[in-house]
Each structure stands twice: as C-alpha cells, then as structure tokens.
Design a protein around this ligand. Structure first.
Ligand SMILES: [Zn+2]
Length: 253
C-alpha cells in the first residue's frame, strides 16, 4: 500500500476508535468548491489589498471596495459544498464528529448538513447596519449585490457590515471559548485544509494534544506543525475525506 493509503487507513482507524472527534477546517477545504484561497501562489491577496478589503479600517474608509471584493469572492463563485464538506457532515451523522470548527466564512459546512459549526471568523449569513443596527439576511444582500453596492434601507447608511471578523477585530469571544472547550474535551482533533498559520486558531491542535487527544491532518502540503500530528495525509481534501469515511464505515462493521 502507498503512503497515502496507509495514512488514510490510520486516520479512519483513529475515527473508529474516537467517541468525540472535532474537525478543524481552513480555506483548503473550500478550494474545490471554487472559493479562491487567500494566501499562496494564486491567492486573492495577490490581486486585492487585504488592508483595503479585509480590515476594519479599510472597511470604514471605503465599504464600496469591500462589497466589490465580496461580490467576486462569493456571488460570482456560486459555491456549493464539495465531497470533503459532505464527508464531514456524514461523520457527524454517524455520531463520531461532535463539532466542526472553521476559519471559513463561506457557510459550506452548513450547506452540506453539518449541524454544530463554530465559525471562528464569523460568517456572511447576517449583515448589520453599523449606524441604525438594522439586521439583514445574506440572501437579501446577495440579490442587491448583483446590481450594486447595498445600502441600509432604513437609514441609507453605506456601512453595512457582514458578521465576519475583519483584520483588526477580535475573534468572537464565545465562539473562541467554545472552540477551546471542544479542543480540550475531544479525543481526536482532525485538521482539514489548513496550514495552521493564523493564531489563535492554530494553537487549537496544541491544546487538544495537551489534553490527551490524538491528532490527524489532511492538507495539500506540509505545515510547520506536522511534528505534533499522529497521522498525516497530504492531498486534496475532496479526494481523501470520502476515502477516509468509506474506510471508517468498513472498519466499524
Ligand atoms: Zn441603517
């Protein structure tokens, strides 16, 4: 058997032995859904300035620029969940995965059927007017965005901000503490599609390990933290995760 095959078997065995697995996902899981990644050789940050379109300062200076970016990132891609998202949702239905912690704001885990999703960087599902506090559903904003920048229909403000965490903003404290709790109480912590470079999220595997959990990672390329993992599978999440789930089901019967 090849190296990847061995690691797939190993991770599926770890899942079969786990009673409380937690999955942690980054942008790598959504690449196959057409969502561009931020860093890397064809990352969004080569074409967009994160200071302008992803920082709270940039947003307050020029919300129109942010909405231009959001249109390219979300509306144009019309993303739907890929086999990796579906595989993780299936592991939750099977009762082994108890929570998904994600750095993504694309809502694809929920679209795939995952119930407990901790969104560390928030999500686009709600948009708030920063001036009058009127709340909008994303579906409503998305329709407007096809033609123009959205404005508040109550007070006319241009400062409509999605509930995502911009650079310069803290992570939502309750979500972060829930994620820490999950890391402490799980017996298997599985990273999918994250290079583990953004803190404090990247410290979650360390916390899990300190509390006795096994660690597995499925990622396209090595990370600086690979040495702390018990099983490592390099490859595309949308190819490897379905195989892992298949093996997991086989090893259970
Ligand atoms: Zn308003």
């Amino acid at each position: 058997m090849d190296v990847i095959g061995e690691q797939i078997k190993k991770i599926s065995r770890m899942l079969a032995e786990a009673s409380h697995a937690v999955v942690f996902t980054g942008s790598g899981i959504s690449a196959a859904s057409g969502i561009p990644t931020f860093r890397g050789t064809d990352g969004l940050w080569l074409r967009w300035n994160p200071e302008e379109v992803a920082s709270i300062y940039g947003f307050k200076r020029n919300p129109a620029k942010f909405w231009e970016f959001a249109k390219e990132l979300i509306v144009k891609t019309k993303a739907s969940p890929n086999p990796a998202h579906h595989a993780i949702a299936e592991l939750e239905r099977e009762g082994v995965v108890k929570a998904v912690i994600t750095q993504n704001i694309d809502m694809l885990h929920q679209s795939a059927g995952s119930k407990k999703v901790l969104e560390l960087h928030g999500s686009m599902s709600y948009v708030d007017c920063l001036d009058c506090r009127k709340e909008y559903r994303w579906e409503y904003i998305e329709k407007i965005l096809e033609d123009r920048q959205p404005f508040c229909e109550v007070c006319g403000s241009e400062f409509l901000k999605p509930r995502v965490v911009f650079f310069g903003e803290p992570l939502p404290p309750t979500v972060l503490s829930d994620a820490m709790e999950e890391a402490k109480s799980c017996d298997l912590f599985m990273v999918v599609g994250s290079s583990l470079v953004v803190y404090p999220a990247a410290s979650l595997p360390d916390i899990a390990k300190q509390h006795g959990a096994k660690l597995a990672i499925v990622n396209l390329e090595p990370t600086e933290k690979d040495h702390i993992f018990d099983a490592i599978a390099y490859g595309r999440a949308e190819e490897l995760l379905p195989k892992i789930v298949e093996e997991f089901k086989r090893s259970r019967v």
